[in-house]
Design a protein around this ligand. Sequence first.
Ligand code: SF4
Ligand code: SF4
Length: 280
Amino acid sequence: MKIAVASGKGGTGKTTVAVNLALSLGNVQLLDCDVEEPDCQHFLDLNLEDVEVVKSFLPVIDAEKCNLCGRCAELCHWNAIVVTPQKATVFPELCHGCGLCARACPQGAISEKGKVIGKIQRGKSGEVEFYQGVLTVGEPLSPPVIRAVKKKAKEDRITIIDAPPGNACPAVATVEETDFCILVTEPTPFGLHDLKFSIRMVNELGVPHAVIVNRAGIGDNRVEDYCEREGIPILMSIPNDRKIAHLYSQGIPFVKKMPEWKDKFVMLYDKIIRIMEEVA
Ligand code: SF4
Ligand code: SF4
């Protein structure tokens, strides 16, 4: 059972929900796929160790075999190969590692050189098994690192996945092929605006979903009204509570100091199971 926790923009409380849900359920995996800025680690007691290097495809052209036909440069969507009458040159910083050039080269002149784009780290916090991806600084391509983190999910465990913010390729790579997606939003016009884009994304991916309203009380009822109109369940509202904010600022998940919330998160998981049974 893989549950992604996503949001249309950063700072809505997505990581708070992922960490508190994982700690409340106990014997689960928590995967941090926000690989450009993994921050679940700051809320967990962890000793992290590097367990894997993530590489992407980078073409190497054998000048002996290359006949300068230009096919690879024609096909590359990212203009990462330039072929002149003298030579074919790869620009690694533009390459997205799709491998199309190697498959298309009629001379078999292109081979693979692995390019390190990130790493995976592992730790344990109580009963929670934790993995995070870390994208190498300056690397533009996070989806291969995200997919490598997701491979750590074990089929027989509940896995909570903290997604990158937004609705672009990194969020899609995280949410696709999960069993359920929790969309975290704030009750403000901006929150509703971003939520609508997130809902479009999960609908296109065919992932069942529901909403958590964070910082309830700071805005208006437009998110609730929208969800009711669209038939999207609201799993939980987390109030704009000074104690929760204070614990967050100290890196303490609020279920640790406010144990009544543990039961609420366990009930939230039960609600997810019921929603999944209804849509099955
Ligand atoms: S497709 Fe192959 S043979 Fe043609 S220019 Fe590219 S590397 Fe050279
Ligand atoms: S691997 Fe893809 S992106 Fe990179 S040079 Fe080849 S075709 Fe272009």
